[in-house]
Design a protein around this ligand. Structure first.
Ligand code: URP
Ligand code: ZN
Ligand code: ZN
Length: 471
């Protein structure tokens, strides 16, 4: 029996229009007016938006720290929280640690995730040990459906790689049909700044941000763009936090460079005043750190104009009590990262309700663009026939207050505590199965499936959904 979500407003990258969505099995069968047939199960969603399921292209679930502890959210709780918040697919960062092959790194993450996910999932692969053998593995890894990789310009002594490695990886990943994502901060300078601060006795969490000012991000973005241009490669810049960095990206895009930019809700809503409250500041220790409020308008504008392509969360949760504590006495020991996978879709809708972003631009940033850039479109990220029936019913007459007391995230705080959103997620469908309704999961079985992806070349946007952003 098919299900018809009747009388809703389909929100797509090219507009919002009155439509019914008919779901038959795992896929969308029809989108249009009066599409129901005899025997269909009809659900009235009038006045509600129907969005393609959110895609969070930047999560860290079950990430091990050098001391052996792991992020507070693994795949079970992380993907449950994602689904409750309207995200039906995550792309998590698997990591190849030193001494491992690329395949070993990926297999380790598959073992952590398989059978535990409440939404669909895919992997990027973060490469920390680049060598001839890793290079040789690229074609097979890409053919197997992992088509995006990541390198870090920061985290000296652990994840950081040098510029020569980035240049070579950009060339080889591109040649093999993949896309490289890069964390842009100057790790060498951060390390020197940190040493200076610690020597001066400035050890509290508020000094984390002093050791990572906007210039260390902007310099790294600028350097990466030069390296990518020398390599003749496209590149994806993760978690852009500062306007000065986004400006470099806009200039390069305007000059014809093929690159993609991601920002995150924390850089759109929160600011560095949160580093003023004593040890509480540890909750907001993430890299790049929160910036001055004056950055918000420019980042929103970059989304409105389509220069920023994607809003992802960089969800990397550590409990305030018991995990962030490890950095008492040296801010460098505070595990970096914040939770956010559950709140992303609603926080971006708040931007729509407040007139900061159009609804089509929001759908592009939270769903269609990550699907396209990371080789899943139009199976994911589109409300069109034959697409996976991943649908979010968002009620613009609802109300949600973000709070650690009510969240599904398995962590003892949320950085967005108390933020009010003039909407609610009424229901979430994953490949045709209603998994979440009115604040509750409809089953306790993790039915999320691994998604092998296509090559991350220029996104080909077809069908009746055109992203507002230009590629
Ligand atoms: O602070 C952060 N962002 N932690 C997660 C790792 C990363 O840099 O993306
Ligand atoms: Zn990062
Ligand atoms: Zn990250």
């Amino acid at each position: 029996m098919a299900i018809v979500l009747a009388g809703g407003i389909a929100a797509t990258p090219d507009g919002a229009y009155r439509a019914d969505v008919r779901i038959d099995g795992e896929t969308i069968a029809e989108v249009g007016i009066r599409v129901a047939r005899d025997g269909d199960d009809i659900l009235d969603v009038s006045g509600k938006y129907l969005l393609p399921g959110g895609i969070d292209a930047h999560t860290h679930f079950d990430l091990p720290m050098p001391d052996g502890t792991r992020t507070a959210d693994g795949f079970f709780t992380g993907t449950r929280a994602a689904a409750a918040g309207g995200t039906t697919c995550v792309i998590d960062y698997a990591t190849q640690f030193k001494g491992e092959s690329l395949r070993e790194g990926l297999d380790n993450w598959r073992r952590l995730a398989d059978g535990k996910c409440f939404c669909d999932y895919a992997f990027h692969l973060a490469v920390t040990d680049w060598n001839d053998s890793a290079r040789g593995e690229l074609p097979e890894i890409i053919l197997s459906g992992v088509t995006s990789f990541k390198m870090y310009m920061a985290y000296k002594g652990s994840l950081q790689v040098d510029d020569g490695v980035i240049y070579r990886a950009l060339k080889h990943v591109t040649e093999a049909g993949g896309l490289l994502c890069v964390h842009c901060e100057n790790g060498d300078v951060i390390s020197a700044l940190r040493e200076e601060l610690i020597r001066a006795g400035r050890v509290g969490p508020e000094f984390h941000t002093v050791s990572r000012p906007p210039a260390v991000e902007t310099e790294a973005v600028s350097r990466l763009l030069s390296i990518a241009s020398l390599a003749g490669a496209p590149v994806y810049v993760v978690h852009v936090s500062a306007c000065s960095s986004m400006k470099k990206i806009i200039e390069a895009k305007a000059g014809g460079a093929r690159l993609f930019a991601e920002t995150c809700p924390q850089y759109l809503y929160l600011d560095d005043s949160l580093y003023g409250g004593g040890w509480e500041a540890a909750k907001y220790v993430c890299s790049p750190p929160l910036r001055g409020r004056e950055n918000h308008d420019g980042l929103w504008a970059s989304l409105r104009s389509g220069f920023a392509d994607v809003v992802a969360t960089d969800h990397c949760s550590f409990n305030f009590a018991g995990q962030k504590d490890k950095g008492r006495g040296d801010f460098g020991g505070i595990p970096n990262g914040m939770p956010g996978v559950e709140s992303r879709v609603l926080l971006m809708y708040k931007g729509v309700a407040e007139g900061r972003l159009s609804l089509p631009a929001m759908v592009s940033a939270v769903s269609s663009n990550p699907a396209a850039i990371f080789g899943m479109f139009p199976r994911k990220g589109a409300l069109i026939p034959r697409a996976d029936a991943d649908v979010v019913v968002l009620n613009p007459s609802g109300r949600t207050v973000i709070s650690a007391r009510t969240q599904f995230q398995n962590v003892d705080y949320t950085p967005f505590e108390g933020i009010e959103i003039p909407a609610s997620i009424d229901a979430v469908y994953l490949r045709g199965v209603e998994i979440f309704r009115d604040g509750k999961f409809l089953g306790n079985t993790p039915i999320g499936r691994y998604v092998p992806r296509c090559s991350s070349g220029a996104p080909v946007i077809s069908g009746n959904a055109q992203p507002a952003a230009r590629f």
